[in-house]
Write a protein that binds this ligand. Sequence first.
Ligand SMILES: Nc1ncnc(-c2cnn(Cc3cccc(F)c3)c2)c1Cl
Length: 286
Amino acid sequence: MLDLPLVARGKVREVYDAGADRLLLVASDRISAYDHVLPTPIPDKGRVLTALSVWWFEQLTPVLDEFGAGHHLLSVTDVPAEVAGRAMLVRRLTMLPVECVARGYLSGSGTVEYSRTGSIRDVPLPAGLVEGSRLPEPVFTPSTKAEVGEHDEAIDFAAVVGLVGQARAEELRELTLALYRRGAEIALDAGIVLADTKVEFGLSTEGRLTLGDEVLTPDSSRFWPAVTWSPGAAQPSYDKQYVRDWLTSSGWDRVSPPPELPDDVVAATRERYVTAYEQLTGRRFA
Ligand SMILES: Nc1ncnc(-c2cnn(Cc3cccc(F)c3)c2)c1Cl
């Protein structure tokens, strides 16, 4: 354990107080599936997802610049040795109470909402869309942060205005959609469909809108292999499908504590994370 005060613990990540208006975001090798954290770690998952976040911060800086916004990353080397490579030293922000989600494809809760209302939030959609369909335009589908372990609660744009004011709400929507569009374009060039993503923003001590948290990772986004994309059914997850399929085949009831993963599923899943990183960034994962 790090000798820093723990600020927050998620399913697969922790946040520590690094003093002087700084935090340490640590990504573990834990993997979650069907809302359960599995007992078997995926070696290097934390390091791959941290390296991917760092790379996305670099790729998305031009978009942030357009909006006069910044990002919170300070360093990945100025971190304790025991978490080297899987920790980000970041500026402490005053986080805005909105989970900013952009969807470019219909899936999960989006499909449920669409099948009930023919739209997603306040955005009417054409008829005939199915699970996995690409949306005519990406849609901003915000939610409020739930307590740890709970699901985020979908909210509409008016509720975002209520939380952060009209101008800030419009800024969050436009910036979230711009970041998603740029990320989806880069990902598709690398053979990965970025179906949706969740980003979080905060205000820096100077009051500047700042992109926080992790960015465009397979844990904060739906990654689908482009080659298997076929609307009409649930799309296979780029990184978690081996785990999901094995858990289903194991007979696990999805309620009792999940079973250990076999070595071959662990190895194949590790390879998916490494391959996603190398395909997206064009860099070898060390
Ligand atoms: N730059 C920032 N300033 C202030 N607060 C945060 C912050 C706090 N929590 N989270 C979400 C989270 C990230 C990882 C592990 C968790 F358990 C929870 C983000 C950040 Cl990133």
